[in-house]
Design a protein around this ligand. Sequence first.
Ligand code: AMP
Ligand code: ZN
Length: 136
Amino acid sequence: MNCIFCDIVNGKAPSEIIFEDEHVLGFLDIRPLNYGHSLVIPKIHFENFLDVPKSDLESVVAAAQKISEAIKLSMNTDGLNIVANTGRAAGQTVFHFHFHIIPRFNSDDFHFKPVFKNYENGLMKELADKIRKAVK
Ligand code: AMP
Ligand code: ZN
């Protein structure tokens, strides 16, 4: 299997590592949305958020919080976006689970431009019922 993030974990590809423990690696994204944009990954390969076992996920979340604090402190950010693109349709391009930690500043020119929808005719309850039924 060809995976650039596994190569980074194994030291076969270069990276700017900012955090490492037994289970998790944090490193700078090579194409940052803002400088300091970082990625946090489990060292073991899982395709995406839905595939990560709870214990590995807990390690990654704990590390993501630690790295977020460090980025906020060291870069004096006004905010952060913490994102896990899950699936090709959601913009995932590297299929080794990762959180993005993106530094944000009041003055930055990086904007999400969502077009919000309105729920009509009971659709909100219909969808909530569907999801409630599926939650295990
Ligand atoms: P995603 O689109 O959510 O799968 O994000 C994958 C991210 O990995 C992108 O932001 C890429 O810029 C980043 N990326 C890809 N290859 C590397 C690499 N060799 N080192 C650091 N970041 C990378
Ligand atoms: Zn991998």
